[in-house]
Design a protein. Structure first.
Length: 131
């Protein structure tokens, strides 16, 4: 598997620069991280992914900390080291403490264990859980 190089702002097309500018403005950062620079190799994927992330992670019924901790939990379950680093940092920035991280990891670990057990035993869903 070959490693593709990143697309830096100075080398980017106008379409990619527009997405990079929106990311920087929205996140109030000086530069975009490597995830976006790699996606910029396919401008359509870059734009679509950014629009989705921006929409989903925007303020809503869940606060920023909750959303980042959920993203972190899924990233841990999926084994995505990059996303763990990125959303771990974002969760800390949003207020996640070491104690919160510890509890989150305990829940992720327990959920993965019990999910595997329920799936392995093919446990039928209790009628009380169904709406």
């Amino acid at each position: 598997m070959s490693v593709r190089s990143v697309v830096e702002y100075d080398d980017a097309s106008a379409a990619v620069r527009a997405v990079f500018d929106d990311i920087k403005r929205t996140r109030q950062v000086a530069d975009v991280n490597n995830f976006w620079k790699y996606l910029a190799r396919d401008p359509a994927t870059l734009k679509r992914t950014w629009q989705s992330v921006k929409e989903i992670m925007a303020p809503g019924a869940l606060d920023a900390l909750t959303k980042e901790m959920l993203y972190l939990a899924v990233s841990v379950s999926n084994g995505c080291a990059y996303c763990i680093a990125s959303h771990g940092a974002a969760a800390r920035k949003a207020g996640m403490t070491d104690e919160m991280l510890g509890e989150l990891m305990a829940v992720v670990g327990m959920a993965n264990e019990t999910n595997r057990l329920a799936n392995g035993y093919r446990v039928p869903i209790d009628p009380a859980f169904e709406e």
